[in-house]
Design a protein. Structure first.
Length: 305
């Protein structure tokens, strides 16, 4: 019964956009542009999109809407962000102007979440909730030149949190091995050929794995997992399959995203008593909280470098 409640709570978090897919890392544009981090914050009643510099300064508001924005992902040229909304739609927003283009409308229970630009910007992969079957999702792709949307990967149960490899050849994602009927959800990382074809399971943790993010050199994948009881941030070495745990306490840690130089990982944590953004230096193990909105208690999530 405890596992069933946990699984139901997990799916509610996904629908609410609390657990997010990090953006694909890019190195195009100026140094300032590649250092900016996108995130969402509940500043005045709903989740809006913001950006900040590497130090957490120069915070700029991008949206101010009556609905929530979630799951931001940068375009390769760093001028636009694709995101999901609480209405189940996918929208592309120009960072400088806030101009919004609705890419895909939500359709009743057919919500769309976790959109991610391909490294060349020609496609967006996202998660589509099946309108006819509860707790069932598939991975879909949109071709940007035609706005045509097609199912990319259909497996039993649910798929979430897709992320492109930096070379655009692979997609890592989370796949649920069983449904709520089993009494327990096991969600592992899988990897697929980005152009269709082979898929395979990447890890076997007997846990919930979320929010995968490739390192800029493509050699490592950061992700969140509760394999030791709490959701912590882990790093998978793609060549040796060894895993390194980089957070370890009783709080929630999700949404890891790599800095463009691969030296730091930004992530979301509740260790301060509410959801906030933290930075972990992979080389020195230094951990620090990004202080945003001085004097206000504002929850932040969905971090994307």
């Amino acid at each position: 019964m405890k596992d069933i409640k946990k699984a139901k709570f997990f799916f509610l978090l996904i629908l609410a956009g609390v657990l997010a897919t990090p953006a694909v890392e890019c190195t195009e544009g100026t140094a300032e542009e590649t250092q900016r981090i996108a995130f969402t914050a509940n500043l005045d009643g709903n989740w809006d999109l913001f950006t900040m510099n590497r130090e957490g300064k120069d915070v700029k508001r991008v949206t101010s809407t009556p609905y929530d924005e979630n799951n931001p992902s940068w375009s390769p040229d760093r001028t636009r962000i694709v995101c999901a909304t609480s209405e189940g739609s996918l929208k592309i927003i120009e960072v400088d102007t806030g101009k919004t283009d609705t890419l895909l409308e939500g359709n009743g229970s057919g919500k769309n979440v976790n959109p991610v630009f391909s490294p060349d910007g020609t496609q967006i992969i996202y998660v589509h909730f099946n309108e006819k079957k509860a707790d069932d999702t598939d991975l879909w792709k949109i071709t940007m030149s035609t706005r045509e949307s097609k199912c990319f990967l259909k497996q039993i149960s649910s798929q979430f949190f897709p992320a492109y490899s930096p070379d655009g050849k692979k997609i890592v994602y989370a796949n649920a091995h069983c449904s709520l009927d089993c009494g327990r959800i096991i969600q592992e990382l899988w990897i697929a050929d980005a152009h269709g074809g082979s898929v395979r399971q990447l890890v076997m943790t007997n846990s919930h794995c979320l929010d995968s993010s490739w390192s800029p050199d493509g050699k490592r994948i950061a992700f969140s997992s509760d394999m030791r009881g709490n959701f912590d941030i882990w790093i998978l070495d793609c060549q040796t399959s060894k895993m390194l745990q980089i957070t370890d306490d009783s709080n929630l840690h999700t949404s890891p995203t790599w800095s463009p130089d691969g030296k730091e990982i930004a992530f979301v944590s509740t260790r301060s008593g509410q959801m906030g953004i933290w930075l972990k230096n992979i080389l020195t193990n230094e951990l620090k909280k990004i202080e945003l909105f001085p004097g206000k208690k504002v929850e932040c999530k969905d971090v994307a470098w």
